[in-house]
Design a protein around this ligand. Structure first.
Ligand code: SF4
Length: 75
């Protein structure tokens, strides 16, 4: 049993202020980079919109399409 199964719902990268989105050619964001910490030799870590971690901090300035499962609209 995963005790974090539902507790992580509000902590996804797509709602995090440290998430830097990357659009594909269709204008859809499926992944981006996490800018929570300084980059390593490989740059900033690549994360998917539905990844999450304990450092999540809500980005209140970002419009989130709650109905989307794999895509997010950014202003
Ligand atoms: S990995 Fe953590 S800190 Fe980085 S964007 Fe995702 S939730 Fe935010």
């Amino acid at each position: 049993m995963d005790p974090w199964k539902h507790r992580s719902e509000g902590m996804k990268c797509k709602t995090c202020m440290w998430f830097s989105p990357k659009e594909n050619k269709q204008g859809i964001v499926n992944l981006g980079r996490c800018r929570r910490h300084a980059p390593s030799m490989n740059g900033y870590p690549v994360v998917f919109v539905n990844d999450w971690c304990g450092d999540h901090k809500l980005n209140e300035n970002t419009y989130i399409d709650q109905e989307a499962t794999v895509s997010v609209k950014f202003p």
